[in-house]
Write a protein that binds this ligand. Structure first.
Ligand code: SF4
Ligand code: SF4
Length: 68
């Protein structure tokens, strides 16, 4: 199973990663704020991740790492 790690402090909540995930499992956590004041992205159902790394490639802030 693949694992996706988000650096929440680097994230600026732009949602580019949300838009490219083919499994629609990347979400912006509306109930959370990082120290810059953005809602950070994360994955809700990690067991559905296929490890395609589209989210990591798309992130302009290199805030996502995918482990296979
Ligand atoms: S690696 Fe692919 S399937 Fe997994 S969260 Fe990122 S975009 Fe979605
Ligand atoms: S693409 Fe990067 S900066 Fe934008 S919401 Fe996703 S993790 Fe955050």
């Amino acid at each position: 199973m693949a694992r996706v790690i988000f650096d929440e402090e680097r994230c600026k909540g732009c949602k580019l990663c949300v838009s490219v995930c083919p499994k629609s499992i990347v979400v912006v956590k509306e109930d959370k704020l990082n120290t810059k004041g953005y809602h950070p992205a994360g994955v809700n159902e990690m067991d559905k991740c296929i490890g395609c790394a589209f989210c990591a490639i798309m992130c302009p802030d290199c805030a996502i790492e995918v482990e296979k």
